[in-house]
Design a protein around this ligand. Structure first.
Ligand code: SF4
Length: 466
């Protein structure tokens, strides 16, 4: 029997990419093979993102193109969809399902008339209640029973098909309780629920046993891990346990909320050998007034104090951030505060977003009173500050030897990242040209020769780490 082809389009954050990896497993266990050509796909699956309007617009744009293909495909949607977009999405997609119902996907495919029922589909007995995660968060209420949580996380027990053989994304929690006024996540993914401690530890142990070198722990707010489990373990407990796993590997984690970063965590991070010295610490605004409007629950001073503590306690740490420019009511004076925090924090990298309202969120009811032009100018100005601090930070690497995990070969160079998440362009040297394949996915030592704001360049010293 011919295998059916599927095309997968994860949009947005790493959590969606991780969910897509589990969708791949289910489809491939059911005789689907992946294709990069949408037009020949029997099934198109989108993992949606509602954080930015651009991701939703992209779905609308693609759907017009799908309609022009000769081959009719089954369109499936999961991920984050706001209630106000849902109706339109149901017109585009044949199946809309909450990711926690992933194990039911084969049944849903079998029910469609686009792909005829196939005896090889592993149908599950239980009929699924289709639908994106409810906006009231009922199933994800932190007060829900342990059984409910277990059911919710069942889909995580599906072995993901990781993007490569050495880097793995491991979700440790899902959802968010913070309700930042501009953000759709609490309405699409529901309230924060922490995954079982033992399950995470076992998954990481397995990954390390299978040769994975970089484990990235995922959550909308990783550092509040465990807050929903009475008497449960904290994020630091989890890191300490993972750090004990024997073997050479790195642990990364994204993303953190500044209000959930206790001193105890900062003081203990340097003691953890496998945890990399890179902290992603979303700022969002340098103005306390704007932070209040964003419902971020910290002030400009709190943020700066936190950065100072992190830099003081974690040697050679790199810090990245997320920031929004042009939030409703952001005056020139407010924006200058963001510039000031950027200068003082000396960020290594930053994702700067020009504010756009997401319907259904609190800030969407505020007047979007900053023009596109001003948002663009502010974005550019912040980028200039970032460029300076990132270059200053990167220059400190010149002449030093650093450890890099090699990720790929591209345009005649090897590319990898340091523990501090710096992108490194590696001149292979003639003796290594033929061995590139063997080096990808391994730790190597690099002598850094030059630096730009976004990359370090160097040549290979040794490739002896396994
Ligand atoms: S912390 Fe704020 S921005 Fe992050 S997912 Fe939660 S509500 Fe959204």
């Amino acid at each position: 029997m011919n295998k059916k082809k599927y095309y997968l389009l994860p949009l947005g954050c790493a959590q969606n990419i991780s969910d897509a990896e589990r969708v791949s497993t289910v489809l491939e266990e059911n005789r689907f093979v992946i294709t990069s050509d949408e037009s020949e796909a029997d099934l198109i699956c989108v993992i949606a993102c509602s954080v930015r309007q651009s991701a939703i617009d992209r779905i609308y744009g693609r759907s017009k193109i799908w309609g022009k293909y000769k081959k009719k495909s089954l369109k499936i949607l999961s991920g984050c969809v706001l209630p106000k977009d849902r109706k339109k999405m149901e017109e585009i997609f044949d199946v809309v399902f909450g990711i926690e119902s992933l194990e039911e996907l084969p049944s849903l495919i079998a029910l469609s008339s686009v792909i005829p029922a196939d005896s090889t589909l592993r149908l599950t007995a239980r009929r699924v209640e289709t639908g994106i995660q409810s906006s009231n968060g009922k199933r994800l209420d932190p007060r829900c029973g342990e059984d409910d949580k277990k059911n919710y996380f069942n889909y995580l027990s599906i072995q993901p098909k990781h993007g490569n053989t050495f880097q793995a994304l491991v979700p440790i929690s899902n959802g968010c309780n913070n309700f930042c006024s501009y953000c759709a996540v609490p309405y699409t993914r529901g309230r924060e629920v922490s995954r079982s401690f033992d399950e995470i530890v076992n998954e990481v142990k397995d990954l390390v046993k299978n040769g994975y070198k970089e484990i990235t722990l995922l959550g909308q707010n990783v550092n509040s891990y465990g807050n929903d489990i009475k008497g449960g373990k904290s994020f630091l407990d989890l890191l300490e346990e993972l750090d004990k796993i024997p073997g050479k590997f790195w642990i990364r984690f994204i993303s953190n909320h500044p209000k959930d970063f206790p001193n105890e965590l900062i003081e203990n991070l340097p003691k953890l050998e496998k945890v990399t010295p890179y902290i992603h610490l979303p700022l969002q605004s340098g103005s306390t007034k704007i932070l209040k409007g964003m419902n971020r629950k910290y002030t400009r001073k709190d943020y700066l104090t936190l950065v100072e503590k992190i830099r003081k306690n974690i040697p050679d740490v790199a810090i990245g951030t997320d920031t929004i420019v042009g939030f409703p009511g952001e005056t020139e004076k407010d924006f200058e505060k963001s510039i000031e925090v950027f200068e003082k924090s000396k960020f290594d990298m930053a994702y700067i977003a020009q504010y756009s309202p997401r319907q259904g969120t609190v800030s969407a009811r505020m007047k979007d009173d900053i023009s596109k032009e001003i948002k663009k100018q502010r974005d550019k100005k912040l980028n200039e500050v970032l460029k300076k601090t990132a270059l200053e930070n990167n220059k400190k690497y010149v002449g030093k030897e650093v450890e890099v995990l090699v990720e790929k070969e591209y345009k005649g160079f090897l590319w990898g990242r340091t523990g501090t998440y710096k992108l490194v362009k590696i001149d292979k040297g003639p003796s290594f040209v033929k061995k590139s394949g063997e080096i990808i996915g391994r730790f190597i030592k690099i002598k850094i020769k030059s630096a730009t704001p976004w990359t370090l360049s160097g040549s290979l010293l040794t490739a002896n780490s396994k």
